[in-house]
Design a protein around this ligand. Sequence first.
Ligand code: FES
Length: 310
Amino acid sequence: MTALDLRVRSKTRVADGVVALTLEHPSGGRLPDWTPGAHIDLILPNGLTRQYSLCGDRWDPHAYRIGVLREPDGRGGSAYVHDVLAEGGTVAIGGPRNNFPLAPSERYLFIAGGIGITPLLPMIHQAELLGADWRLLYGGRTRASMAFTGELARYGEKVTFVPQDEVGLLDLPEQPPPDAKVYCCGPAGLLEAMERRAAGWPAGTLRTERFAAKDTGTPARDEPFVVELRRSGLSVTVAPGRSVLDAINDAGIGVLSSCRQGLCGTCETGVLEGEPDHRDALLDDAERAAGDCMFVCVSRSRSGRLVLDL
Ligand code: FES
């Protein structure tokens, strides 16, 4: 992953436990372009990376904005941002990359839980710009914990705020609005509830993004499998408990990676033969069924042999 050092232009508390960072190029130059739904990797001083959705103005080429929730049980990324990173400081980033693009539609329903509002903010701006018919359901523990409510208030009745301590849980739709695409981002419980609701909806109606790895149960195979790297002419054996990514990299074929959790999309690899055991949080059911790509940091094999386009 090619890293870019950015300067923290501002760090602002935007809700209980949430800060917004605005990042800029130290030279004041342009930053790589991005589209709504994109994220960047923050590369922590210990080399770990964390993914944060871009939630600023995609038409401003000089600034990236991210919102970071303090996660007491997290693995240090949010604590670093909250407690160490200061205005004027420097942070390395990778990306942007977009695994959650906004598909064209005349009608959208956006559903956010907590910090899951971040990828949806630029989508909403875009939907508004394009004159699409859209609504947002935005839930959070309390009103004070919900970031960017001030920015969203200007959209009036299109936005429904649902602080749990005042009005209870989000009322998820039984059916999608006619011809709408439904974009949902938030905690695992919300995503799982939405996925259950959407089980009978037309394929592709619900699109979700996760910030944490999905619980995918035990791998389909508990035996080693062979991965053939077609373009390199190499074969490697992947033992149980070892990732395909590590096995490939040990064989000297460099595959870029970042999150190593099946979340960021960096390690996407083409599959030519065999049946992947998808264990990422990125592909939808149709993409899984197509079986022509996989995320080698977490995904494995159902078949004894996989042929990859490497
Ligand atoms: S490294 Fe992030 S999906 Fe594999």
